[in-house]
Design a protein. Structure first.
Length: 215
């Protein structure tokens, strides 16, 4: 069973006691087009996230890049600024993805994104269906559920057998301690030893129970 006295659990509880909220963000591609199937396109997301961490102070706790959408768990000292950072992130990814699509002559995708932006004066192309959606994770239970649900995405889709087998997922950071793709800001949780890394993505297995996908 999950140890409620573990360092991981106590750090999460301390954060929520101090009203430090995390947010779960979803970016969905217009018309659910499978844009993120190649490494070059996924790297556009990764590089934009790295810039947000390095230059904007974004704290990234989890992510997964799926062919048609991406999920993030992140926090910042100011909620309003965090949402501005997500807006900036979406625009940065859009710019690079459009550049790649034009280079690859993906005319159909570009046409669909152009049509989606026909009523917008801000840009020629609309990569994201609804800009982004957010859910506040204002309890440790909600945090654990969303992290687990996010990491299980590639497994549910039948792409891999285990979450950590998916290349563009923080499951690799948490389960394999692999920061090769991008660094996860574990230090915000005060994690200091390998024994304390009780993975949020794997809490369902730690408890020998299945966590239902949150609605």
């Amino acid at each position: 069973m999950f140890d409620v006295e573990s360092e991981w659990f106590m750090k999460i509880c301390t954060i929520y006691k101090n009203k430090k909220d995390f947010y779960y963000f979803t970016f969905t591609v217009t018309a659910w087009l499978p844009v993120f199937q190649e490494d070059r396109y996924c790297e556009a997301v990764i590089e934009s996230l790295k810039y947000s961490q390095r230059c904007r102070g974004l704290h990234l706790l989890g992510y997964v890049i799926m062919p048609t959408h991406l999920h993030l768990i992140a926090t910042y000292s100011n909620d309003a600024i965090l949402f501005c950072l997500m807006q900036e992130l979406g625009e940065s990814i859009t710019k690079e993805v459009v550049r790649l699509l034009e280079k690859d002559q993906r005319i159909l995708f570009l046409k669909i994104f152009e049509n989606a932006a026909c009523n917008s004066s801000n840009s020629r192309y609309r990569l994201w269906k609804d800009n982004f959606r957010s859910v506040v994770l204002n309890s440790e239970k909600r945090f654990h559920e969303k992290m687990y649900y996010m990491h299980e995405n590639p497994v549910r889709q039948g792409f891999v057998e285990l979450p950590e087998h998916w290349k563009y997922s923080s499951a690799r950071n948490w389960m394999l301690h692999d920061d090769g793709i991008i660094r996860i800001d574990k230090e915000i949780l005060g994690i200091t030893s390998a024994s304390s890394v009780l993975l949020a993505a794997d809490i369902g297995r730690q408890n020998n129970r299945l966590i239902k996908a949150p609605k």
